[in-house]
Design a protein around this ligand. Structure first.
Ligand code: PBG
Length: 333
C-alpha cells in the first residue's frame, strides 16, 4: 500500500472537531446572496395566503414596504416583485406597460422607503394576458416572438422608469435581451441591470407560482414548451446563455434550481460571470409539505439546498425562504 493512502491519510481527521470543519469549509452562504420573490396585490393592509406555498402571502404595497424593511435589516440583497393582477386580462396585455400599474407603484414605494434593498422586476406578460402565456399569440395559439419582444421592451422601460435596479425577462423570447438593453440605453437607463432568465426550462415545478399570480386557470392545459427549454437539454441551455451574454445581460439565470444543478455548474464554468438560480415554487412547496408531515426539517433542508446552489456556482439565489434563511444565518430561531 502506498504512503498516500489509508491509514496514513484519514480524511475524517479534519471532520473531527467543529473548528476544523469550519476552517476548511469551501463554500459560504450569506443573506447578501439572497433575493426574495414577493407577490403583490392592490389595496391597503391586504394579505392573502397561497394554499400551495405555506407561509407565503400576497401582500399590498404598504405591507410590502414593511416586509422589505425587515428583509433589508436582515441583509437580504434584493426583492423580486411578481404581480397578482386582478383587473381584466387582455389579449395584448396592455397593463404590462402601464406606468401607474401595480408593479411600477410598488417599485417607486420601495425605492422611496427602503432604498438599500435591490428591486428586481419580472418582465413577462403572463400575469396580464387572458390566456396565461408569456407572450402574444396568433390565430393558432402560437406565441409570436417579435411582436412579444416589442411589448416586453415597453414593460421593461416602465419598470426602469419607476426605478427598478434589475429587470429580469423570464419570457424566453429570442432576442429580447438585446432589444431591452438598446431601449434602456436609448432612454438613459444605462445603470439598469438585466438578469436574463437564460436557462429557463419548461417545468412542472412552476405549478404553485401560477396559482400565486393567478395565471393557472387562464393557462389551462396549455404548455410553454414552444419557448421554454426542453428539460432534457443542456447544450441548448449554453447556447441560450451565450446569446444573452452577447446581447448584453449582466447576470445569467438558471431555473428551476435543485433539479438543474448540473446546468448551473456548467453555466458558471463556461461563462465565468455572475449566475443567479431560482429555487422555484414547486421546490419550496416540496420542502414545506415534507416538513408539515414531519418527514423533513424545513430549516436544515432549506439551508442545505442554498449552500448547494452556492457550491454549484450561484452568486444570487432567488428563494421564497430568503427571510427565513437570513434569520437563521444570524442565529435567530
Ligand atoms: C412567468 C414566470 C414563472 C415563474 C417566474 N416567472 C412561471 C412560468 O414560467 O410559468 C416561476 C417561478 C416559480 O415557480 O417560483 N413568467
Amino acid at each position: 500500500m502506498s504512503a498516500s493512502t489509508y491509514p496514513s491519510h484519514r480524511l475524517r481527521r479534519l471532520r473531527r472537531d467543529a473548528f476544523s470543519r469550519n476552517m476548511v469549509r469551501e463554500t459560504s452562504l450569506s443573506a447578501a446572496n439572497l433575493i426574495w420573490p414577493v407577490f403583490v396585490i392592490e389595496g391597503e393592509q391586504r394579505t392573502q395566503p397561497i394554499a400551495s406555498m405555506p407561509g407565503v402571502e400576497r401582500v399590498s404595497i404598504d405591507i410590502l414596504v414593511e416586509r422589505a424593511r425587515e428583509a433589508a435589516e436582515l441583509g437580504v440583497a434584493a426583492i423580486a416583485l411578481f404581480p397578482m393582477f386582478e383587473g381584466s386580462k387582455t389579449l395584448l396585455a396592455e397593463e404590462a406597460y402601464n406606468d401607474d400599474g401595480l408593479i411600477p407603484r410598488a417599485v417607486r414605494a420601495l425605492k422611496a422607503a427602503v432604498p438599500d434593498i435591490g428591486v428586481v422586476t419580472d418582465v413577462a406578460l403572463d400575469p396580464y394576458i387572458s390566456h396565461g402565456q408569456d407572450g402574444l399569440i396568433d390565430d393558432n395559439g402560437y406565441v409570436m416572438n417579435d411582436e412579444t419582444v416589442a411589448v416586453l421592451v415597453k414593460q421593461a422601460l416602465t419598470h426602469a422608469r419607476a426605478g427598478a435596479d434589475y429587470v429580469a425577462p423570464s419570457d424566453m423570447m429570442d432576442g429580447r435581451i438585446g432589444a431591452i438593453r438598446r431601449a434602456l440605453d436609448a432612454d438613459g437607463h444605462i445603470h439598469t441591470k438585466i438578469i436574463a432568465y437564460s436557462a429557463k426550462f419548461a417545468s412542472a415545478f412552476y405549478g404553485p407560482f401560477r396559482d400565486a399570480v393567478g395565471s393557472a386557470a387562464n393557462l389551462g392545459k396549455s404548455s410553454k414548451e414552444t419557448y421554454q427549454l426542453d428539460f432534457a437539454n443542456s447544450d441548448e441551455a449554453m447556447r441560450e446563455c451565450a446569446l444573452d451574454v452577447a446581447e448584453g445581460c449582466d447576470m445569467l439565470m438558471v431555473k428551476p434550481g435543485l433539479p438543474y444543478l448540473d446546468i448551473l455548474a456548467r453555466v458558471k464554468d463556461e461563462f465565468k460571470m455572475p449566475v443567479a438560480v431560482y429555487q422555484v415554487s414547486g421546490e419550496f412547496a416540496m420542502l414545506k409539505a415534507a416538513h408539515a408531515n414531519g418527514w423533513l426539517d424545513y430549516k436544515k433542508c432549506l439551508l442545505e439546498t442554498l449552500v448547494a446552489f452556492r457550491r454549484a456556482g450561484a452568486s444570487a439565489i432567488l428563494t421564497y425562504g430568503a427571510v427565513d434563511a437570513a434569520r437563521w444565518l444570524r442565529g435567530e430561531k
